[in-house]
Ligand binder design. Structure first.
Ligand code: TXA
Ligand code: MG
Length: 319
């Protein structure tokens, strides 16, 4: 049985107690729900990989209540400090070298010399991290390869019965995962576009390497990910009778089933609605999802990245 904990002091206290006891607790962040475990407890971290069916070569992000706590476990350079000051708490994850005295279990970082850290902007997440008093490893709270959860019902859909508790935190306002930026190499590199726009990061620290036409591929990142049940067709310019339309702005004519990401073609609103939209169209009774084009700027990079992964050929056994 998975407990659903209330979004109050008692719920936070219970969630922290479970985490400190090595149990798994899902909690809301501003991006998506995370599946939390005590990052210093190798058994708890192993249980995260098992509950998600996640390949162990895909490292987890560690969550902290403030930059000071994060930078006790990783070595922050000037760029990291500037980004933390500008965007934390918020949807930005920094990949940095582990310090020799890093408390985090090596398994959480898939044995790498680097660790991904972030300070989330959700008040309940911050309260839980404070109460837990240790780094919390938290991948998105979904089965590996499927669409990330943006409310507690999505979490229970995928992980109900497999985890100790979900701390109710309402709907996640950003709706796509954090931007993952690798600061461990000679130049900053974008590993995953997300809730902080690349333009904002470049305004703070200068040019970021993005690979040819898209983000670089981080460890454990598979082409197919964030996949709904139905196949997805990108940049649709018309809709077939068997297709459900994922609309952005004025919908294409003739759709029998439709989910509107943003009627006003607002990229923030569209990001917030993306994963709930994919889930809704999965349940539409159609046989395929046709996604309208979304511009490649601001949060559009994250939306297009998730749609491209949703449309990629599915990798048997790993996705
Ligand atoms: O918004 C988010 O980031 C959410 C919430 C819960 O914080 N978390 C999330 O975690 O999306 P997850 O595990 O679904 O994605 C973590 C990403 C993966 O793509 C992983 O490859 C990358 O971060 N990552 C983690 N550690 C890394 C490292 N040491 N080097 C490079 N990439 C890393
Ligand atoms: Mg994920």
């Amino acid at each position: 049985m998975t407990e659903l904990l209330p979004p109050d002091a008692a719920g936070v206290a219970r969630a922290a107690l479970l985490l400190r006891g090595g149990r798994l607790v899902a909690f809301a962040t501003e991006t998506v729900y995370g599946l939390g475990a005590d990052a210093t407890d190798a058994r708890a971290v192993a249980a995260v990989f098992a509950a998600k069916d996640r390949p162990r070569f895909n490292p987890l992000i560690c969550h902290y209540p403030d930059a000071g706590a994060a930078f006790a476990d990783v070595a922050a350079d000037a760029a990291a400090r500037r980004l933390a000051a500008a965007f934390w708490p918020g949807p930005l994850t920094l990949v940095l070298p582990r310090r020799p005295n890093c408390r985090v279990a090596p398994l959480a970082g898939a044995g790498l010399a680097t660790l991904a850290v972030r300070v989330p902007a959700h008040p309940l997440a911050l309260a839980l991290l404070e109460a837990a008093g240790r780094p919390v490893a938290a991948p998105s709270a979904n089965r590996s390869g499927s669409v990330s959860p943006t409310n507690s019902a999505h979490v229970l859909d995928g992980l109900g019965g497999r985890i100790a508790a979900v701390l109710e935190g309402g709907v996640c306002p950003v709706g796509v995962e954090s931007t993952v930026l690798d600061l461990s190499g000679p130049t900053p590199a974008l590993l995953r576009p997300g809730g902080v726009a690349l333009e904002a990061i470049e305004a703070a620290i200068g040019t970021v390497a993005t690979g040819s036409g898209g983000p670089l591929r981080g460890p454990g990142m598979l082409a197919s990910h964030y996949a709904p049940r139905l196949p997805v067709r990108l940049a649709a310019e018309q809709v077939g009778a068997d297709e459900a339309l994922l609309a952005f702005g004025t919908p294409l004519p003739g759709a029998g089933a439709l989910y509107q990401l943003s009627a006003a073609a607002d990229l923030r609103e569209a990001a917030a609605n993306l994963f709930a939209g994919l889930r809704a169209l999965d349940a539409s009774g159609k046989t395929r999802i046709a996604a309208m084009k979304v511009p490649m700027r601001g949060l559009g990079l994250a939306i297009n990245d998730r749609l491209a992964r949703a449309a990629a050929p599915r990798t048997a056994g790993l996705a």
